[in-house]
Design a binder for this molecule. Structure first.
Ligand SMILES: [Zn+2]
Length: 362
């Protein structure tokens, strides 16, 4: 009988449950405090639990909360794994590494972005080089986050987006909107401004826990794209590359490969995928996004529009913030039993396959 008590109502509850479950499981812990605070003044941390031998060559890693508010899902899975499986489930010589709330600011404030306003999954670019261009976003930037959510300014912005959308088509519209942009820090899917705290913390985790390993499987939990409840395993390896072949050896046919033009995400630059593969180029890294669908792209856009309006033009601590935050939460965390059940089933399946995968490697 499945229960869903490993899911939480907010960041603080999730953190408390994760720390308790990891402690009971006998994990070695590390804690990175972000220095920012949550809406109730709470301190915010990315927490790390390591289970298994210190000198394990092979590691299976999970990440929750890359996109803040999406952390309800990955956190619920991680706590469930710690309570049900824990160190007893580890194959010989294999360790588990769970990173809880890599973007705790976004989790606590129910936002997708980090405290810098940055999309962590667009932020892993070389910030010393010119940023990637997104001319489509430039055309619509002012309309994406209008200065008002009703009235003539709002109507004009929506009209501009409708016209652009009709002109370029759905695919190009969402590519411009969501593909990542490096010019408008108040805007959606902004990846610029330098390495965010979550980016730097990612590298600290890599340095401390991963540099000496030979085989590393990584599952980065996301929500919000695709059919409701379906857990889409998305990878960004070049077709037929060693990474792509490992992905198929680990997870079989149920893999979506963005480089084959599959998948619902339009992201190209600065992905978590690149951070791990580049920093750990001597290891066999097999990384995938596990993306659980919720609602459609258009309602995503409206939720993100209101969230960015609130943090650009509104007051995130006023009463006007509550309905906007509630919409964000529901959009990326449907909070229904059937959704959680699908999430846990698929999460355990994919993580079990990852353990089998790293154990099989020569
Ligand atoms: Zn995401």
């Amino acid at each position: 009988m499945t229960t869903f008590q490993t899911f939480s109502t907010d960041y603080s509850e999730a953190r408390e449950k994760f720390l308790t479950a990891a402690h009971i499981a006998g994990a070695t812990m590390a804690h990175h405090e972000s220095g920012t605070r949550g809406p109730r003044g709470e301190a915010l941390f990315a927490d790390i639990a390591w289970l298994g031998p210190d000198d394990a060559d092979r590691v299976v890693m999970t990440i929750s909360g890359t996109h803040g508010v999406e952390g309800f899902c990955g956190s619920g899975f991680q706590i469930d794994w710690l309570r049900r499986k824990g160190a007893a489930a580890l194959p010989r010589g294999v360790a588990a590494l769970h990173v809880h709330a890599i973007n705790p600011y976004g989790f606590a404030w129910l936002r997708r972005v980090t405290e810098e306003g940055s999309d962590l999954n667009r932020n892993f670019v070389d910030h010393t080089k010119p940023y990637p261009q997104n001319p489509g976003y430039e055309e619509i930037a002012n309309a994406v986050v209008p200065s008002a959510l009703s009235g003539p300014i709002f109507e004009a912005a929506e009209a501009k987006l409708r016209a652009y959308r009709a002109q370029v088509g759905e695919l190009a519209f969402f590519r411009a909107l969501t593909g990542g942009q490096y010019t408008h820090s108040e805007g959606l899917f902004y990846g610029g401004g330098g390495p965010s705290w979550s980016n730097r913390t990612t590298h600290a985790i890599i340095d401390r826990f991963l540099t000496r390993r030979t085989d590393i499987a990584i599952l980065d939990f996301h929500t919000g794209l695709g059919p409701y409840g379906y857990g889409d395993l998305i990878t960004h390896y070049e077709p037929d590359s060693p990474g792509s072949k490992r992905v198929h050896a680990f997870w079989g046919e149920a893999v979506t490969e963005s480089k084959r033009g599959q998948g619902v995400s339009q992201a190209l630059h600065g992905l978590t995928h690149f951070a791990y593969n580049e920093a750990l180029s001597k290891a066999r890294v097999t990384i995938a996004t596990l993306e659980f669908g919720a609602y459609d792209r258009e309602s995503n856009r409206r939720a993100l529009r209101a969230d960015h309006w609130l943090h650009t033009y509104g007051d995130p601590l006023s009463s006007e913030a509550e309905p906007i935050r509630a919409t964000m939460r529901k959009q990326f965390y449907p909070d229904t039993d059937e959704w959680k059940e699908m999430m846990l089933f698929r999460g355990h399946q994919v993580v079990r396959q990852a353990f089998q995968g790293v154990t099989r490697e020569p």
